[in-house]
Write a new protein. Sequence first.
Length: 132
Amino acid sequence: MQCKFIVIIKKQLLQISLLTSIILVYRYLLLRNPPQINLNPSGSSFIIQNASDPNSNNAFSDLIITQSYDTFDINDNYFSNFWKSLESVFFWINGRWDQLDQWNFVPIDILTLLASILLVTIMQNMLIAFMT
């Protein structure tokens, strides 16, 4: 009787590991060469250097860096767009995922949304299992 359960568990683990492997290979094939599929990240990175001596690491006391925030822009406010707000609801587990905005590619958004929904579903099922 006990061996029957072990065989069932092994089959389930094999299926889950096979599915995980397929997903990992799929993501690798999709994202290994972003220029090939016309992805251009729009990240913001800044380097402040002294114009007179670029090799120095002097602190600039007279510089002021300000950030503009537009509440109607999707990049600044996820809740200005329905789909981005739906994503942000499911990304509460890991905080705000700024790297998704850098790529701005629909398949990446879909994959992360489905993965987040799946993770929330698994966590809910675990909670229900612990309560019973």
